[in-house]
Design a protein around this ligand. Sequence first.
Ligand SMILES: NC(=O)c1ccc[n+]([C@@H]2O[C@H](COP(=O)([O-])OP(=O)(O)OC[C@H]3O[C@@H](n4cnc5c(N)ncnc54)[C@H](OP(=O)(O)O)[C@@H]3O)[C@@H](O)[C@H]2O)c1
Length: 493
Amino acid sequence: MAAIEPCLFIIIGVTGDLTHRKLLPALIHLRAADSFSEQVRILGCARGSNLDDQKFRTLANQVFDEILKQKDRGGINPEQETKVRDWLNNAFFYEPIDQGGIDDYKALLKKIEMIEREGHLPGDRVYYLALPPQAFTSTIEALGESGLNKSPGWTRIVIEKPFGRDLSSAQQLNALVHKYFDETQIYRIDHYLGKETVQNLLAFRFGNAMFESLWNRDRIEHIQITAAETVGVEKRADYYEHAGAIRDMVQNHITQLVALTSMEVPGAFDADAIRFEKIKVLRAIAPISPEDVVFGQYAPGEIDGKHVAGYREEPGVAPQSKTETFAAVKIKINNWRWQGVPFFLRTGKRLAKHATQIVITFRCPPVTLFQDIEDCKMHPNTLVIKIQPDEGFDLSFEVKAPGDEIRLECHHMRFDYEEAFGEPPDGYQTLLLDVVQGVQTLFLHAEEVEASWRVYTPLFAYDFRPHPYPAGTWGPEESAALLQKHGAEWIIL
Ligand SMILES: NC(=O)c1ccc[n+]([C@@H]2O[C@H](COP(=O)([O-])OP(=O)(O)OC[C@H]3O[C@@H](n4cnc5c(N)ncnc54)[C@H](OP(=O)(O)O)[C@@H]3O)[C@@H](O)[C@H]2O)c1
């Protein structure tokens, strides 16, 4: 692939955790791989004035040092190291934006023009809002009111998640950003979409005729999507107390997996066609009944043999907090393909295992040859798509166990992504590259975000009491009961 043409990548919120852990490593890898040319410039901004160009370069070099300490030097050879060091020491700049007023942004414009002039850049700009969500509105307004939404070349804005906290706030944010940028300039991030295995869902479904013909209510009994974490709230109590599992995981990441699993075949492999099909299927999700929702909250327990605190004992969490750290939800999609096929979604913190998986459970044969044979139990075929970790998939099927008697045994065919292709790159590399190339396929359209909030916003009106569950388990028993009503159980490999 040809290296990206010169442009200026402006990170607003550059002193934050996201920049340190995700954006800088992704930029470094993109430069090492020559995906970004040496002429691409990075301008970091934050309110604090304790950084300057030189200190920002030192910080970026420290992030690079951390990468080189990883297994196999993070995949970077000595020649690439020299190239990346040169880039970090020459192409990185910093500008404080103090209180984020119009004057601060006018000063930012001067710095932008200076960098573009000296670097002979054509004036193509990305603004990456690596900011806490409460800073999105004022920053978008300041960019627009100070004229930074216009440039001699193209201008794009990247907005991190969460995009709103319910339908009306998402609509307001969309209206604001549309005041200054048109939809083709807006890149709403859901970093799950940058994962190779999430994109592989499209290849898997639409590149293999074999599965597509089974992908409907005639052949599929139900679908489960689990996104389980073993970590607790860590240092994010401030944010999480006001978010909870539905806002943090279900409305965005899990719903994206629902959309990719259930959408119709797009007419083309482009952003418009794919996003149109996702919007269509999200709009077909029926209102969720409160009986189909289970909330949980982790109590003290054990993870990896170590005692861990309960959610209410975590620093920054209210002692009587009602925030859900676990949610299980049954949704129904009212269209021809999915009528009568429940989708069970669950996510939680401090669960027994770190895993994101989609499980497709197929129907058993309508008449079974084996029903009258003693001890001959039949298991439905399942296809498990493993999103993280241990990316790959697993198809279970029945075989005859050896011996005189007829007995069925469940076995598995497996594909392991890492075995086939090596470790997948971090999703942020894919997403940053797409932004500078102007490819919107993996970013959310305004209507997609609103369609998703429309599904979950009514739940916020209910006073759900989260059921306590011991850390290190699979959540409250009530979540198992949600599937038992359908004669099923949660599956995780
Ligand atoms: N961290 C992750 O792994 C992760 C993963 C996925 C998504 N995200 C999303 O990415 C965004 C940033 O997350 P983060 O973890 O990096 O947050 P963070 O650690 O709190 O950093 C936020 C950054 O924004 C700056 N900032 C705060 N308020 C500001 C304001 N009003 N105007 C201008 N700058 C302001 C902060 O620096 P100053 O206070 O010095 O200005 C800092 O540089 C959030 O929307 C988050 O949901 C983060």
